[in-house]
Design a protein around this ligand. Structure first.
Ligand code: SF4
Ligand code: SF4
Length: 219
């Protein structure tokens, strides 16, 4: 059966800012520093912590520089491919179309509802349109069949997002943070991954980032 085959055209590295998770912003900053890459990101979705008066960033957006991802080499290959490639780059063109963060004050719970879809910015998708339509009509598992690797990356993205939100909820239940979606005003911002690492020192290992961080340190 025909599965998705990326042609490494690099279009997705030039089409729009790239949504990443908090631990990825942390990793990419270190990599950019090591590689001398001009990296710029901004917080995506934020919640307010009434206890510290800070915003906690639950996601980030990596900005393009001159219309390109700063990690895209001149030959259109990714310079961090073998060290750490963001999950959304690994799942592309099977990507989150809508991410809704839900806050339950009653349960002291933060969780996300994510809807995935296919990006038509990828030329392979346009080329395989008939195949994809046929698969969609024949099985609800079409995405697993056509995008085996990309689907696995998408699942990993959601596992990591869920894990970090669960740990944030745990901090809320313990009274360490007090979450409010109504942020009002301008506040200092803390990266969720970095906040969690303060309270869960083995977080990199819980998240399966040990090898990645060793690889980065070895660079
Ligand atoms: S646009 Fe599609 S084919 Fe081109 S690099 Fe991205 S995923 Fe691969
Ligand atoms: S990190 Fe690599 S794969 Fe992702 S957008 Fe940048 S160059 Fe492309």
């Amino acid at each position: 059966m025909k599965t998705f085959r990326c042609t490494l055209c690099g279009l997705c590295c030039r089409s729009s800012p790239i949504s990443i998770l908090p631990h990825e912003d942390y990793i990419l900053r270190i990599l950019a520093n090591r590689l001398g890459v001009k990296y710029r990101s901004r917080p995506g979705y934020r919640v307010f912590d009434k206890r510290t008066g800070r915003d906690i960033a639950l996601s980030y957006v990596m900005e393009l520089v001159d219309g390109r991802c700063p990690f895209l080499r001149q030959d259109d290959l990714c310079m961090i491919q073998d060290v750490y490639k963001p999950l959304i780059c690994r799942s592309f063109p099977y990507v989150p179309k809508q991410v809704r963060y839900i806050i339950s004050n009653e349960l002291k719970l933060v969780f996300a509802k994510v809807d995935y879809g296919i990006s038509s910015a990828c030329p392979v998708i346009r080329q395989d349109k008939e195949i994809i339509m046929g698969l969609m009509a024949s099985t609800p598992l079409w995405h697993r069949l056509y995008f085996p690797q990309e689907y696995a990356a998408a699942m990993e993205m959601e596992e990591k997002r869920t894990l970090m939100l669960r740990l944030l909820s745990k901090l809320w239940i313990s009274g360490i943070v007090s979450i409010d979606s109504d942020r009002g005003g301008v506040h200092n911002i803390i990266n969720l991954y970095e906040l969690l690492r303060t309270y869960f020192p083995n977080l990199p290992y819980i998240m399966g980032l040990g090898e990645t961080l060793d690889r980065i340190r070895g660079r």
